[in-house]
Design a binder for this molecule. Structure first.
Ligand code: CAA
Ligand code: NAD
Length: 292
């Protein structure tokens, strides 16, 4: 069954950069959206960003004031996981850590016991098969990868990943939902990093090696890749934008999953993370972002 016409309420778990963007595009597509985050302050930050982006859409004539206000009104925030009860679909977007995601999926399967409710993860790299395996057998077919890109309101792609246990109908419904959200879904199989981060992350890691070895200054490394390869952002700037902590987590999954040390995170990248330099979201990564 590829039908998503009965889908009314989407639960988004994690109100960070990705969860916030996913909540926004889901609300703009007409869904009621409940956003859960465990940490104080995340909801307020997310709500403020939604207002800013929707105001900008109105200013630029991309949405009417009435449509923007209606979309904002469809989004609610909660710090109580239980209040996601009754949602028809869940999209998880918390930190890139298997243990955290597995724990959440176990709780979600209990809170949303109807096995028609899809449990999707926005993971960048973690095995969908492994996340599904954390659940009782009858819940495993409803686990799927629904990988959005940053910034979600702007980026066209959703990478749809089928785990070994994922039901084909769940994949088809995920494709349909991504299209309803205005995105272009493309399918990938469940291998470490899928397609996107199998290809992108080693490139970013290599840019850190170039920086560590003094091949060039950060601005030159980024400038060369922007002007020479027509990248919208250089790889170091993009790493800050993604989050250096997330980049290290993805490299760990690639190195362990592909059983190959050439995917180990560059020591300089790991050192920045150890120093709390996570990129845009913490105010400093390779570059400084004083406003944050
Ligand atoms: N959230 C929402 N919208 C944003 C945004 C954000 N964080 N940042 C920029 N935008 C919007 C702006 O509002 C603007 O929209 P309008 O045209 O409607 O006003 C539009 O993007 C363009 O913004 P700007 O003119 O300010 O800046 P820009 O032209 O330099 O574009 C960019 C900004 C879209 C981020 C562009 O630099 C870009 O495409 N960068 C590369 C992004 C990328 O590669 N993303 C994928 C990362 S990998 C990933 O996501 C997967 C993973 O698992 C790690
Ligand atoms: P982020 O750090 O901006 O946000 C993560 C959010 O999850 C935070 O608000 C945090 O408070 C919350 N959180 C952490 N643990 C939680 C828990 N146990 N319960 C509830 N909330 C919890 O991270 P992000 O960049 O939004 O990434 C989220 C996910 O999306 C990760 O799996 C990441 O790999 C993936 N992803 C990231 C990008 C990117 O470019 N940043 C792109 C695609 C996919």
């Amino acid at each position: 069954m590829t039908d998503i016409s009965n889908l009314k309420t989407i639960a988004v778990i994690g109100a960070g950069q990705m969860g916030g963007g996913i909540a926004q595009v889901a609300a703009q597509a007409g869904y009621t959206v409940k956003v859960y985050d465990a940490f104080p302050g995340a909801a307020d930050k997310c709500r403020a960003l939604h207002r800013k982006l929707m105001d900008r859409a109105v200013e630029k004539g991309k949405a009417t004031r009435a449509d923007a206000d209606a979309a904002l009104a469809r989004i609610s925030f909660t710090a109580d996981l239980e209040s996601l009860k009754g949602s028809d679909w869940a999209i998880e977007a918390v930190v890139e850590d298997f243990a955290v995601k597995a724990d959440l999926f176990r709780k979600l399967a209990a809170i949303l016991p109807d096995t028609n409710a899809v449990l999707a993860t926005n993971t960048s790299s973690i095995s969908i098969t492994q996340i599904a395996a954390a659940l009782p057998k009858d819940h495993q077919p409803r686990v799927v990868g629904m990988h959005f890109f940053n910034p979600v309101p702007v980026m066209a792609l959703v990478e749809v990943i089928k785990g070994l246990q994922t039901d084909d109908a769940v994949v088809a419904r995920t494709v349909a939902l991504a299209e309803k959200m205005g995105k272009t879904p493309l399918n990938a199989n469940d291998r470490p990093g899928f397609v996107s981060n199998r290809v992108l992350m080693p490139l970013i890691n290599e840019a850190f090696y170039a920086l560590m070895e003094g091949v060039a200054e950060p601005e030159a490394i980024d400038g060369i890749m922007k002007l020479g390869c027509n990248f919208p952002m250089g790889p170091l700037r993009l790493a800050d934008f993604i989050g250096l902590d997330t980049c290290v987590h993805i490299m760990d999954v690639l190195a362990d999953g592909l059983n190959n040390d050439r995917y180990r995170a560059c020591p300089l990248l790991k050192q920045y993370v150890a120093a709390g330099r996570f990129g845009d979201k913490s105010g400093r990564g390779v570059y400084e972002y004083p406003a944050k």
